[in-house]
Design a binder for this molecule. Structure first.
Ligand code: GSH
Length: 195
């Protein structure tokens, strides 16, 4: 039995919820409040989400959790089978973590009215690589849905919820986003504003 501790506003938790939904894995939900982590979560991760329990085995951190789920529940695969393909996906996830999540969090904290141009410019720069990585067939990595797609959609959903808009000069990302929003996983696992 899988149990996920998560906050509904947390983009890293959304990544894992998307991975679980894409793999059609049933899981129990332990929804954690913004400020009040249950004692067992404090013990497991210092109060950070996401944390997943597979029986009595606990895993924290969205990257480690997602790779654990790939290893433990291989199908449908959200990474290519070969070492090089996996390295490409892993680099994309890391790049989204280091280049995009910072500006997204900054934008979220300041809100649309104070989302200064400097922040939106940083988001624009961090996203332009993904505009150019997308192929004309709308796929980011040659797969219908990969871990990198989960990383990117979670980042964008977080910014959109705070009032950001996907720039008009990213037509491929617009097409990709429209395709993502049709997926059952993305329709079901929504982000909520912090309560
Ligand atoms: N690197 C971690 C980051 C997780 C993270 O920062 N979680 C935030 C919510 S989005 C959190 O739990 N913050 C509360 C805290 O640090 O106590 C991951 O990818 O899972």
């Amino acid at each position: 039995v899988l149990t996920l501790y998560y906050r509904p506003s947390c983009p890293c938790s959304l990544r894992v919820r998307l991975v679980l939904a894409e793999k059609l894995l049933p899981f129990s939900r332990r929804v954690v409040g913004e400020e009040d982590s249950p004692p067992e979560l404090v013990e497991l991760s210092g109060g950070k989400v996401p944390v997943i329990m597979d029986g009595s085995f606990a895993v924290s951190d969205s990257t480690v959790i997602s790779e654990y789920l790939e290893d433990a529940f291989a199908r449908p695969a959200l990474r290519p089978p070969d070492a090089r393909g996996r390295a490409v996906i892993r680099s994309a996830m890391k790049r989204i973590d280091t280049e995009l999540m910072g500006p997204v969090e900054e934008f979220t904290e300041k809100g649309r009215d104070h989302g200064e141009q400097a922040i939106t410019a940083k988001m624009h720069d961090a996203l332009s690589v993904w505009e150019h990585t997308h192929r004309d067939n709308g796929l980011l990595f040659g797969m219908e849905f990969s871990l990198a797609d989960a990383w990117l959609i979670a980042a964008l959903e977080k910014a959109l919820l705070a009032g950001w808009e996907l720039p008009a000069d990213f037509p491929r990302l617009h097409r990709w986003h429209a395709r993502m929003r049709e997926r059952a996983s993305v329709r079901t696992e929504r982000l909520m504003p912090p309560a």
